[in-house]
Design a protein around this ligand. Structure first.
Ligand code: F6P
Length: 336
């Protein structure tokens, strides 16, 4: 069995631990051959590959980014590299020429959509969910999320000191275009007073009222956590927009911090390392038992898998009945 492995979409802590998990088990336990494909689906177009040996997998568990490199190449969409070429056909030809019996695709929502199309075309694929946003349908958690939440929580903890010393409102913008999971988890873990996410509509008046009420209660500072994807005036970033609106609404000095790519870089937490290792190992098991067209998933504390066709095109969003939202609301956190 000759496996090709690729990483696609934004980088995320735990990708290298996953590569290690898949490859070590495939090589040591199942005696398979593993070929690394560079830069996501782009590498399947250009045939940029490297054979993996046990020694090339050393030191990966703790490393951020992806040793394979990544791209947002979407072969079924127009644009990108080799515009005008029939990319899916080229990839099918290259998979054959490289002698690959199957592919392991580590990626987010876009990747799951692409892999589902290749599965329909007859390619043997096992997919592994990867995103700090935690918005992939079908899995309770994806690796990278816990690390991003830890980094964002640490940032909120630090902002608390400046907020209380200067009696200011501190707004922190975290990642999440469509889904507010990072804002919700880090906001609650960091004791945020206001948490604004794309899934829950907000009124700046409500936000201002909560901040002024806190002032009346002798709490002259507040922490506001916003996901980057909340609605704004369309001209400013979410954090800047909310900070300005709060200052107009309350008259309290307000500052914003955009956490940005810091959330995505660096070493994965122990939780993410172990999740990545488990998901990688289970991907090797699926290959060994000939179960293709599936995405690895974490359900409760069990690793299982679901058909890619079920996952593709869906998003896992925060709902109003999420326990952290319910508990937060009942404790006085303003969600908008
Ligand atoms: O991987 C998802 C994500 O982290 C989003 O939260 C973020 O908006 C996006 O990537 C930005 O990534 P890039 O600038 O690399 O396209």
């Amino acid at each position: 069995m000759r496996i090709g492995i690729l990483t696609s979409g934004g980088d995320c802590p735990g990708i290298n631990a996953t590569i290690r998990g898949v490859c070590k088990k495939a090589i040591l336990h199942y005696g398979m051959e593993v070929i690394g494909i560079h830069s996501g689906f782009q590498g399947l177009m250009t045939k940029e590959t490297e054979p993996f040996t046990i020694t090339s997998l050393s030191g990966l568990l703790t490393q951020g980014g992806t040793i394979l490199g990544t791209s947002r190449e979407k072969p079924f969409k127009r644009g990108g590299l080799m515009e005008g070429v029939d990319k899916p056909a080229l990839i099918m030809k290259n998979i054959k020429e490289l002698g690959l019996d199957c592919l392991v695709c580590i990626g987010g929502n876009g990747t799951q959509k692409t892999t589902a199309r290749f599965v329909e075309m007859g390619v043997n694929i096992v997919a592994i969910p990867k995103t700090i946003d935690n918005d992939i349908w079908g899995t309770d958690f994806s690796f990278g999320f816990d690390t991003a939440v830890s980094i964002a929580t640490d940032a909120i903890d630090r902002l608390h000191f400046t907020a209380s010393s200067h009696k200011r409102v501190m707004v922190i913008e975290v990642m999440g275009h469509n889904a507010g999971w990072i804002a919700l988890y880090a906001g609650m873990a960091g004791g945020g007073d206001v948490i604004l996410i794309p899934e829950i509509p907000y009124s700046i008046h409500n936000v201002g009222e909560l901040i002024l009420n806190r002032l009346k209660q002798g709490k002259p500072y507040s922490i506001v956590v916003v996901a980057e994807g909340i609605p704004t005036d369309g001209r400013k970033r979410a954090g800047e927009y909310i900070a300005q609106e709060i200052e107009y609404e309350t008259g309290i000095e307000t500052r914003e911090t955009v956490l940005g790519y810091i959330q995505r870089g660096g070493s994965p937490t122990p939780f993410d390392r172990n999740l990545a290792t488990r998901m990688g190992g289970h991907a090797a098991d699926l290959i060994a038992s000939g179960q293709f067209g599936r995405m690895i998933a974490l359900r409760g504390n069990e690793i299982s898998s679901i058909p890619l066709a079920e996952v593709a095109g869906k998003l896992k969003l925060v709902t109003e009945d999420n326990d952290l939202v319910v508990q937060g609301r009942q404790m006085g956190v303003c969600f908008g």
